[in-house]
Design a protein around this ligand. Structure first.
Ligand SMILES: NC(=O)c1ccc[n+]([C@@H]2O[C@H](COP(=O)([O-])OP(=O)(O)OC[C@H]3O[C@@H](n4cnc5c(N)ncnc54)[C@H](O)[C@@H]3O)[C@@H](O)[C@H]2O)c1
Length: 350
């Protein structure tokens, strides 16, 4: 099935044929593919004949490697091959490869074309489109980066067959977020699901529809695109905290976002935006799929401090996206430190 959700986003089992045709018609001088050890092993063999890459670069997986030092290594590598501006970079991987590989391509020689081929549910539903690229700065999430769209995105859900279950669930957090901010009916459908593996194409295409609608109205995130940050102000702080405490931590981005959504929904409820019944519905849904993230008493103030470093803040105001009932949102809500601490305690005591 070929579904052009947006002219340059192809989903489905024959999307790889579109990839092949795209590369053939564009006569790039070099085709550089970036993988990590897992996508090289599990995904690259499924597409190598379609891609015909002549330069293959490998990075180490893991959020702790989403740093400028990895970009340096890649820039140095591609410089050795003396590639010109008519080359293309193919990012074959999860959100980390899409963000980092896209950033490397978008900044090399002031920018060369790049394609995303997402291989995780999270990247298929979220990170592979919308144009946000970047890396962490000493663990601070996505502090360095820019906005630039890939020239095309090819989504091949069969890649998910080898993705570990905890990573599938991680990606599901962004699907829940899309539904929670923008589509109550979809949210209610999700609440009825028990086995999401039966529903991948639906989850991906509904997510893409919601996110593209929002991004098309505000690509540079000056207004309503901030809605997509629901769960991420506290979620990113939890993620940064766990990674700095233990760089090899197995915690996933989605687990942190899921915890962040509960905390931020709690704040929404305290501010009389979200009815308690809907808060409980969200908590039930998240607890059905996600392990609880450990937030011990001693970590609460450190996580709260990290929220104050969130790049979405302005002046010294901590600005959150809250939900105004399931399916609706409010951006730029000023949140106090006490509210953050209270929400983390609420999460911890669930
Ligand atoms: N740019 C955006 O709009 C955006 C949106 C959401 C998240 N993000 C970013 O995405 C990142 C998280 O992405 P992620 O959750 O995809 O994590 P990830 O890229 O680390 O991938 C998760 C793990 O799965 C492995 N893997 C990937 N595909 C596989 C496959 N098909 N089979 C087997 N193993 C596979 C990877 O090697 C890695 O170990 C975060 O850094 C986050 O900030 C970006």
């Amino acid at each position: 099935m070929k579904t052009a959700v947006k002219p340059n986003i192809f989903i489905g089992s024959d999307s790889l044929e579109n990839l092949n045709a795209y590369l053939k018609s564009n006569k790039y001088s070099n085709v550089v593919i970036i993988t990590d050890e897992n996508t090289q092993k599990y995904c690259y063999p499924l597409i190598s004949d379609k891609v015909g890459a002549n330069i293959s670069l490998l990075i180490k997986s893991g959020e702790e490697n989403k740093e400028l030092s990895t970009c340096h290594e890649l820039w140095n590598e591609i410089t050795k091959y003396n590639i010109d501006r008519n080359a293309i970079v193919i990012n074959l991987g999860g959100g980390i490869i899409c963000d980092l590989g896209g950033f490397v391509a978008a900044t090399f020689k002031r920018g060369i074309d790049f394609i995303h081929i997402p291989t995780t549910l999270l990247a298929m539903c979220d990170a592979c489109f919308g144009g946000k690229l970047g890396v962490n700065l000493n663990g601070l999430k996505n502090y360095i980066g820019l906005f630039k769209n890939p020239v095309a995105v090819f989504i091949y859900p069969n890649f998910l067959k080898t993705l570990p279950q905890n990573q599938i669930i991680s990606g599901f957090a962004e699907v829940i977020k899309h539904a929670a901010i923008a589509d109550k009916r979809f949210f209610n459908e999700i609440c009825e699901m028990d086995d999401i593996s039966e529903e991948f194409e639906k989850l991906i295409s509904r997510s893409i529809r919601i996110k593209t609608r929002i991004v098309n109205l505000d690509s540079l995130e000056t207004g309503i695109r901030k809605s997509l940050n629901f769960g991420h102000s506290i979620g990113h702080a939890i993620e940064s905290y766990h990674i700095s405490a233990n760089p090899k931590s197995a915690i996933t981005h989605g687990e942190c976002v899921a915890a962040g959504m509960i905390a931020e929904a709690f704040i929404s409820c305290k501010k009389n935006l979200l009815p308690e019944k809907e808060l409980n519905q969200l908590i039930t849904l998240i607890r059905k799929f996600f392990n609880a993230v450990l937030i011990d008493e001693g970590s609460i103030s450190a996580i709260s401090d990290l929220v104050s470093k969130d790049k979405k803040n302005e002046n010294s105001d901590k600005l959150f996206t809250l939900i105004d009932g399931i399916g609706q949102f409010r951006v730029n809500e000023k949140i106090s430190e006490d509210e953050i601490v209270e929400s983390l305690k609420f999460y911890r005591n669930l």
